[in-house]
Design a protein around this ligand. Structure first.
Ligand code: C2E
Ligand code: MN
Ligand code: MN
Length: 406
């Protein structure tokens, strides 16, 4: 099957025209053997390359390209299929972006294209190449710090386990911080529900009779607030998860929540309620009314898992939360993924226009963090910083500049 791939990257060292010619020559020989053709855009620093050919050959070539030490920040922009080769079987064409404008690229592309019947404006491949050949191409590139320049260092002072028994409790909680690493600040602790044996949220909720699910969800928060006191976290912000139905289907839900907060000597203003649209919110009016009640009591709202499943744009259009937590599935591998980068940039921009603080969930690698930071995100949650700890505060890792290699 024929496949097309476009990526961009940054040369590690300055390339003179003769270096580039040499590079191109060896690439052409290699590509011809693989039946791969394509187009290489270069501006002295950045590459944008299209490769087209049999699917396996393209995948194998791209793996080699990703591992090539002569460039970095390799970001895949497009991977697509086509019924027939767009660019014939000629050798890899080189286009120097310094000599091209968006307008000049199109004729050059069309000349190379074999299937000229394809309306070029409707072709994503052509559109993407035009963007990167145009004058505003740099608008589309965010490059994070080199992950090698950073390392994680453990903060020794925070780790803390609750004393005392939890026997007889129907549920427990694991804590995971949401952090602002540049300020070495913990924005809040998220309370993640666990079964009495420490099992996952699903394994806890499975044991609850269906008709008591929402009540159990709401009442579990009393154990979370108890843990706050046992751990001495009274001065921290506390993020709790609630199903939307726990707010709409339990009579006096918000009153009950406020009661638990005050019984434990806490302040509603330190509480953040995270909701996902796990089941599409069925009673939007009742949900809206609950949100008003939460807001009036001073409780903050976060939309959880934004971009996954149901937690989508219409929820955001309806209810502007204080925080928007971008789902792990969008964050994972962001430093190499053009579509994800475009989506996160748009989310950050929309959040900024609405005064909402975006939070990246599920950050696992330094590379992801470096890119997300460069995109303007300041708050993060994920294994890179801390794993959830059962009945306790986990050890926290902070990024710090790595010592320069000798
Ligand atoms: P969530 O609110 O999005 O919580 C984050 C989940 O991602 C947690 O899973 C956490 O352990 C996990 N996580 C955090 N960092 C990373 C990372 O870097 N990589 C990976 N792979 N995972 C990471 P957990 O604890 O299993 O919770 C799953 C979901 O269960 C939560 O997702 C939340 O939607 C729900 N949940 C948790 N506690 C409650 C609760 O009290 N009530 C309700 N209704 N739902 C809850
Ligand atoms: Mn959550
Ligand atoms: Mn989430």
């Amino acid at each position: 099957m024929l496949s097309t791939l476009i990526y961009r990257s940054r040369a590690r060292t300055a390339l003179r025209p003769e270096d580039l010619q040499r590079l191109l020559k060896s690439a052409r020989e290699r590509n011809a053997a693989l039946q791969i053709t394509g187009i290489l855009l270069f501006d002295g620093v950045h590459f944008v390359q299209l490769i087209e050919g049999p699917e396996d050959a393209v995948a194998a070539l791209f793996a080699t390209i990703q591992a090539d030490p002569r460039h970095c920040n390799v970001v895949q922009l497009l991977r697509d299929h086509a019924p027939a080769p767009r660019f014939g079987t000629g050798p890899m064409a080189l286009l120097d972006r310094r000599e091209l404008e968006g307008g000049a690229l199109l004729p050059a592309l069309l000349e190379r294209m074999t299937a000229k019947t394809v309306a070029s404006k409707d072709d994503r491949v052509v559109n993407i190449l035009q963007v990167y050949a145009g004058e505003r191409w740099a608008d589309h590139i965010i490059e994070g710090d080199d992950a090698q320049e950073w390392r994680m260092a453990q903060d020794p002072v925070r780790e803390n386990r609750a004393e005392g028994g939890f026997a007889g409790h129907p549920c427990q909680f694991a804590l995971q911080p949401i952090v602002e690493p540049r300020r070495r600040k913990i924005s809040s602790f998220e309370f993640l529900i666990r079964s009495p044996s420490g099992g996952s949220p699903e394994s806890y909720f499975e044991t609850v009779p269906a008709e008591q699910l929402y009540l159990a969800d709401l009442q579990s928060k009393a154990f979370a607030f108890d843990l706050v006191n046992r751990l001495g976290l009274q001065d921290c912000k506390l993020s709790i998860n609630l199903l939307p139905m726990s707010l709409t289907d339990v009579p006096l839900a918000v009153e009950r929540l406020l009661e638990q907060i005050s019984t434990h000597g806490l302040n509603p203003r330190q509480v953040i309620v995270e909701v996902t649209e796990q089941q599409a919110i069925s009673r939007l009016d009742a949900f809206g009314a609950a949100i008003v009640q939460l807001r009036r009591a001073g409780i903050a709202l976060a939309i959880d898992d934004f971009g996954a499943g149901f937690a989508g744009l219409s929820l955001l259009a309806e209810f502007q939360p204080d925080k928007l937590k971008i789902d792990r599935k969008i964050i994972q591998g962001i430093h190499t993924d053009g579509p994800r980068q475009a989506i996160v940039r748009a989310i950050v921009q929309a959040c900024s226009a609405m005064g909402i603080i975006p939070v990246a969930e599920g950050v696992e690698t330094m590379e992801e963090w470096c890119w997300l930071q460069a995109a303007g995100l300041e708050r993060f949650q994920g294994y890179l910083f801390a794993r959830p700890a059962l009945n306790g505060v986990p050890a926290i890792n902070w990024p710090e500049p790595a010592p320069l290699a000798a």
